[in-house]
Design a protein around this ligand. Structure first.
Ligand SMILES: *[C@@H]1O[C@H](CO)[C@@H](O)[C@H](O)[C@H]1NC(C)=O
Ligand SMILES: *[C@@H]1O[C@H](CO)[C@@H](O)[C@H](O)[C@H]1NC(C)=O
Length: 363
């Protein structure tokens, strides 16, 4: 029932197996479409990720307090000491590690790191799993009480519409959590985990690589999930330098999917029971600035999503929030967004699934 934003997608092992096996049954070559003017190229020396020495795979020691969470990519970074092995890191550490190992754009990395720090952490640091034990870290009480980590963030990062898990009866597909978070969970898997090469500069994701990143072992009839054992494969090559996966790139991906499957853009949810899905009226939500047609033009959908995310953060003036809204403003600027006014939050009241945790109810 949940999905995570950061290179994420798998948390409930048992239900995940059939879908993962299906996903893995044929290697997926990343969509050949590229942002205009970009040819990723391939540079083996620059793209090979070191998994030896200090970066050798070291599984978590849960007894000693190591934390792992629902995002395979982040777990793998901690297991290879690209993030602190205990699973609690600072914004800067997240931005650097996701860029260095996965070729995540600094714009996405900065936004995600800042956003998680505010909603799941203490404004500076956050945990990739559950709440950090006080003995492990000096993490301070957050803006929203004791930091709950990524695992405690349903409807912030953590959403319905997961690549690997079932939804709940109060399915909610919000402007940010649905359109951005859950779509990113799909995109990140093949955009980041695919192995890049001369032959496949955009990457190819085969079963072995997927299983390694998702901590799955065993053969097809007997897949075993060992949570926390997510691993960067030997001889694995990341995205080309200069071909980082950025917010405009993700926006272009999102638009391409919506052209194929327009319902991806249907913001809304169930209204109290299973199979009661009603779409949100976009014109009403945006005070008439956008409607269901113009929503699909340019970057408008992404603009609405980031506007919703901006509105969802708590209204308290702190340095962390100031930095986050600057980032969001920058993103909205880079996407050439229409001037969106405050969204009409009263419309969310029809959707019980949108209201898990007061803070997140607008996304
Ligand atoms: C990645 O691709 C290269 C070139 O084909 C290959 O040598 C290497 O083994 C692949 N790595 C993985 C993890 O599949
Ligand atoms: C949207 O606005 C129109 C016109 O103001 C109104 O008739 C309609 O009931 C509204 N729809 C929703 C879902 O609020």
């Amino acid at each position: 029932m949940r999905s995570q934003f950061l290179v994420c997608g798998l948390a409930a092992p048992a239900v995940a197996f059939p879908l993962l096996a299906e996903l893995a049954s044929t290697p997926v070559e990343a969509d050949k479409r590229q942002l205009p003017g970009l040819n990723p190229g391939f540079n083996a020396a620059a793209q090979l990720i070191d998994v030896s020495g200090d970066h050798a795979f070291t599984p978590p020691n849960f007894q000693a307090g190591d934390i792992r969470g629902p995002c395979p990519g982040l777990n793998a970074l901690a297991n290879h000491n690209y993030l602190p092995h205990n699973g609690v890191a600072t914004q800067t550490q997240y931005i650097e590690a996701t860029n260095k190992v996965f070729g995540m754009g600094l714009d996405i990395g900065a936004f995600l790191a800042a956003y998680a720090a505010v909603l799941d952490g203490d404004g500076l640091s956050w945990s990739i799993g559950g709440p950090p034990p006080t003995s492990l870290t000096s993490i301070a009480p957050g803006l929203l009480g004791y930091p709950q980590g990524l695992t405690g963030s349903h409807n912030k990062y953590e959403t319905d519409s997961s690549p690997t898990r079932a939804n709940n009866p109060n399915f909610w597909y919000g402007p940010f959590t649905g359109v951005v978070v859950s779509q990113a969970a799909y995109a990140f898997i093949y955009r980041f985990m695919g192995n890049k090469s001369e032959e496949y500069p955009m990457g190819i994701l085969n079963k072995e690589v997927l299983k390694s990143f998702f901590a799955i072992s065993g053969d097809d009839d007997n897949l075993v999930h060992t949570p926390g054992y997510e691993r960067i494969p030997q001889n694995w090559y990341k995205r080309a330098i200069g071909d980082e996966y950025t917010i405009p790139y993700f926006s272009a991906d999102n638009t391409a999917w919506i052209l194929k499957h327009p319902r991806i853009a249907t913001i809304g949810g169930n209204t109290g029971q299973t199979n009661s899905l009603v779409g949100l009226n976009i014109a009403n939500l945006t005070g008439g600035i956008l409607n269901s047609e113009t929503l699909l033009e340019g970057n408008n959908l992404m603009c609405l999503a980031f506007q919703a995310s901006r509105q969802a953060v708590p209204d308290v003036a702190t340095a962390a929030l100031g930095a986050l809204s600057k980032l969001t403003d920058g993103i909205v600027g880079s996407l050439a967004c229409p001037q969106l006014q405050t969204l009409d939050e009263s419309l969310f009241a029809n959707y019980p699934g949108s209201k898990v945790g007061g803070v997140a109810s607008k996304m």
